[in-house]
Design a protein around this ligand. Structure first.
Ligand code: MN
Length: 131
């Protein structure tokens, strides 16, 4: 299943790696280096899935996701956090911001693509359990 996936990530090395893996998986990648342009791009391009870094310059990924989920234009788009955070309180912060789930960094090629495919297949059907 080929999808259009928006990646919001300020770290150039992570952006390059994530984009390469998604492209090898047959997906079309849209890129944003900060939350403001990511939110704007999401509204304009209506991607199938958004992968959102948490720590970003200016607005962070939590606030960006709150905005995406409260805007009727983007509220239906699945937003998955790309995060190195693994602590329970971080998981709760991610959940309360409205993220549909998260993928832990550093990403592993095969499991990352499998997780992306899972999120894509879930976007096509009824909403599953959050996180
Ligand atoms: Mn970052």
């Amino acid at each position: 299943m080929t999808a259009r996936i928006l990646v919001v990530e300020d770290n150039p090395a992570n952006m390059k790696l994530v984009s390469m893996v998604l492209a090898k998986g047959g997906h079309h990648v849209l890129q944003a280096e900060d939350a403001e342009s990511g939110v704007a791009l999401a509204a304009d391009e209506q991607p199938d899935l958004i992968l959102m870094d948490i720590l970003l310059p200016g607005m962070d990924g939590l606030e960006a996701t709150r905005r995406l989920k409260t805007d009727p234009l983007t509220a239906r788009i699945r937003v998955v956090a790309l995060t190195a955070f693994a602590m329970k309180e971080d998981e709760l912060r991610i959940q309360s911001a409205g993220f549909d789930g998260y993928i832990a960094k550093p990403i592993q090629y095969k499991s990352f693509l499998q997780e992306v495919e899972r999120w894509l297949s879930e976007s096509a059907g009824p909403r599953g359990p959050a996180i």
